[in-house]
Design a protein. Structure first.
Length: 140
């Protein structure tokens, strides 16, 4: 059986519930992912917030691309289990990278949980190199 094809588009108001469901299933922490936080990200990063959606409106993938003027960052890259290994994740990353490149970005970074070996393999397959750094965080 063939997996139905999803359409990739930019974030729209009202996508939040579907995105949060996808991200919860992916094991992401949902800090700042309320409607206001998503709206702010989309406003600050026009065309960098991509959503993959089925014809019925079900959200099956996402990526959030941001550029700080020096480095590009990819956040919340996720694909629903039903659509993994179909090329959707690669298409989302390629779209995000194209967007960042168009802004003048030359280097992209992504945060991956150290224990998430399947995600590390996904990124490695796309030319991302594992670095021996530590992420430190503080909730304000």
């Amino acid at each position: 059986m063939t997996t139905p094809v999803a359409t990739i588009r930019t974030y729209q108001a009202g996508d939040g519930d579907g995105l949060r469901d996808l991200w919860r299933d992916a094991g992401f922490r949902l800090i700042g992912d309320d409607e206001e936080g998503l709206r702010r990200f989309a406003e600050r990063n026009p065309d960098g917030f991509l959503v993959a959606e089925m014809q019925d409106g079900t959200v099956v993938g996402s990526t959030m691309a941001a550029w700080d003027g020096r480095r590009g960052w990819l956040y919340h890259v996720a694909v629903a289990p039903s659509h993994r290994r179909t090329g959707l994740g690669s298409a989302l990353v390629a779209g995000a990278e194209d967007h960042l490149r168009s802004l003048g970005c030359e280097r992209v970074l992504v945060l991956v949980e150290a224990a998430n070996e399947s995600a590390i393999a996904f990124w490695s397959d796309r030319g991302y190199v594992r670095r021996d750094t530590h992420q430190l965080a503080r909730t304000l």
